[in-house]
Ligand binder design. Structure first.
Ligand code: ATP
Ligand code: LTN
Length: 327
């Protein structure tokens, strides 16, 4: 059976970039795979977090998985910190990772740039990510384009370990879709839509109210000529919005271009807000029910139990292979 594993950090409120690049794929792919969906809270604490906010956000991300359509019966949903094998295998993977290759990780460079107190865990983060994936013998990992480099490192570390100590880990494949692999900011089409951007108009949150969604799309930057045309070279801002339209309406890009031919940006941006609202409204309703319920905590407790059982098998195999005693 093919195994899918992925996670979204509880480091900020989830925006439509994470939904389009990752969460939407979790829902689509769950039919064909055995799914492990976790909340990488140990990754979130590589940068400072307020304890109360972290607690709330972690439940929030798990509730959003389910509200978006991830089936908690069919899949295993859990908190990373509740499965201690992640931290243990994370350490083991650090012993296999070279300082040089870790230094080339662009996410670390971006997140540490200009900051004077950066945790050492932010640097070693990709080794923990490799452990997350390898513990479940995952075959496929759905992520946005920005995680491709971490996936390549995971594959390298798994092969290096297997070559040194005997076959222990499955080599995973990234799953990166063509449309929506990198959703750009609404204020600036040259930077990724990111929850760490201080400009709140640069992103739409999954839990934004319809009025805010309308306002944010109305303000979104466009390009100089007035045509709704898909061309990343000359029209990156509009191309970004067209991709969002395509994803949220389940229509193709040529159909959208034809609909708005000769119409300018006004009608297009208004309709874009409505297709996004139409998708997010049922998700938000389901979320409101879940977040108040104890059902969510039961799902997470159950998930942690199942995940621990699976993860322990791989952790023990890796320890044994290396010469660490496991009795
Ligand atoms: P930050 O926005 O603070 O940089 P992050 O997006 O790097 O955080 P996560 O929220 O953990 O971190 O990302 C979850 C998943 O969503 C990842 O697979 C990531 O690739 C994907 N993702 C995040 N932002 C986007 C985006 N703008 N476009 C496409 N995919 C995205
Ligand atoms: N590094 C990812 C979050 C993440 C992840 C994972 C994604 C941590 N562990 C395992 C897929 C599989 C990020 O920053 N978005």
């Amino acid at each position: 059976m093919k195994r899918l594993l992925s996670g979204i950090k509880p480091s900020g409120d989830l925006n439509i970039g994470g939904y389009v690049g990752a969460l939407r794929q979790f829902v689509k792919l769950q039919e064909e795979y055995e799914g492990y969906f976790f909340v990488p809270d140990l990754h979130a604490i590589t940068v400072p977090q307020d304890p109360k906010e972290l607690r709330e956000r972690s439940r929030q991300i798990a509730a959003l998985y389910i509200a978006a359509g991830v089936d908690p019966v069919k899949n295993t949903i859990f908190m990373q910190s509740q499965v201690s094998a992640h931290a243990e295998l994370g350490w083991i993977m650090e012993t296999q990772a070279h300082f040089g290759e870790m230094s080339r990780m662009t996410q670390f460079k971006e997140k540490s740039d200009g900051k004077d107190a950066v945790s050492s865990a932010l640097f070693t983060y990709p080794a923990l990510m490799a452990a997350d994936i390898l513990l479940y013998q995952s075959t496929h990992v759905p992520v946005g384009e920005d995680q491709k480099q971490h996936l390549e490192l995971t594959r390298d570390l798994a092969s290096r370990f297997n070559n040194r100590f005997g076959k222990t880990f499955t080599i995973p494949e990234p799953v990166i879709q063509e449309i929506g692999a990198r959703v750009m900011g609404l204020d600036d089409p040259s930077s990724k839509m990111s929850k760490s951007n201080p400009n709140k108009s640069s992103y739409v949150l999954l839990l934004d109210k319809p009025a805010d969604i309308r306002k944010k799309f109305a303000r979104a930057v466009t390009d100089s000529d007035m045509s709704v045309r898909y061309d990343w070279e000359t029209k990156p801002a509009v191309s970004n919005l067209i991709e969002l339209y395509a994803v949220f309406s389940d229509e193709t890009i040529p159909v959208i271009e034809r609909r708005y031919e000769g119409q300018g940006y006004g009608a297009f941006k208004k309709d874009l807000a409505e297709v996004v609202i139409a998708k997010l409204t049922p998700l938000q309703e389901k979320y409101e029910q879940l977040i108040k319920s104890e059902e969510l905590d039961h799902i997470l407790q159950d998930g942690a139990r199942k995940a621990s059982h699976e993860a322990q098998k791989t952790l023990d195999a890796a320890k044994r292979a290396m010469g660490l005693l496991t009795y």
